[in-house]
Design a protein around this ligand. Structure first.
Ligand code: ATP
Ligand code: MG
Length: 204
């Protein structure tokens, strides 16, 4: 009887072990399949280009990437490259090719940023993309062109497996809290300070 009891106990222990091993395995699979929220912020150069490096890596692995560039109204090199060479990279911009005033944005700047957010939301919810990049969205938030609560809602409701990258200076604390990875690119030197002007292939 005692033997049977301890055998039962042993069986229970083994099955408990198995269940917890299964749980751990499931958790790690879930984590592998969980899309990341990555924020690239700071005052140094390299935020947008880092996000595009991530896009290139994803495309190489056969993934589809969508990029919405806030506050940009002309085709930068990455936009032209996507159109010409990268069918897996869909890129849209939502802005004018003019200066946005931080404290007094024009109605058109607000309207365009809102439209950009709507386009981004549709792309995110479409389920067509493995990765979505919202370029300069932190600046659009800082300039109050779009609402923080709308962006938070978008992050929280994104498809689970999708990777979401948010770039731009002044990332808000609430978005930093929600993110899995946050890189703060700091300026140590910038060539503008030495009088070197912006250049095709480096700045645009
Ligand atoms: P990039 O697009 O080259 O990756 P970025 O996204 O980090 O740069 P933004 O903050 O979006 O830079 O600024 C846009 C432009 O301002 C870029 O063309 C960049 O060269 C320039 N810039 C970036 N950092 C600095 C800086 N510390 N001082 C002056 N200009 C800067
Ligand atoms: Mg940028």
């Amino acid at each position: 009887m005692t033997i049977v009891k301890s055998e039962t106990k042993a069986v229970c222990k083994v099955s408990r072990k198995k269940t917890s091993a299964l749980k751990t395995a499931k958790k790690s699979t879930d984590q592998r399949n969980k899309g990341l929220v990555i924020v690239i912020t700071g005052n140094g150069k390299g935020k947008t280009t880092a996000a595009f490096g991530q896009a290139l890596r994803a495309i190489g692995q056969g993934y589809n990437v969508f990029v919405l560039q806030f506050m940009k109204g002309r085709k930068y090199g990455e936009f032209i490259a996507a159109e010409k060479y990268l069918p897996r990279l869909t890129i849209r911009m939502s802005g004018l090719d003019s200066f946005v005033m931080r404290d007094h944005p024009a109605a058109i700047d607000i309207e365009m940023a809102q439209k950009g957010l709507d386009t981004a939301r549709r792309a995110i919810m479409s389920g067509k993309y493995n990765m979505v990049i919202l370029d300069e969205i932190n600046v659009a938030l800082d300039f109050k062109l779009i609402k923080l609560k709308d962006v938070i809602e978008l992050i929280k409701n994104k498809p689970t497996a999708m990777d979401l990258i948010l770039t731009g200076r002044y990332a808000p604390e609430k978005i930093i809290k929600l993110a899995d990875t946050v890189s703060d690119i700091q300026e140590i030197k910038h060539h503008y300070n030495a009088g070197i002007k912006d250049r095709a292939g480096i700045e645009y």
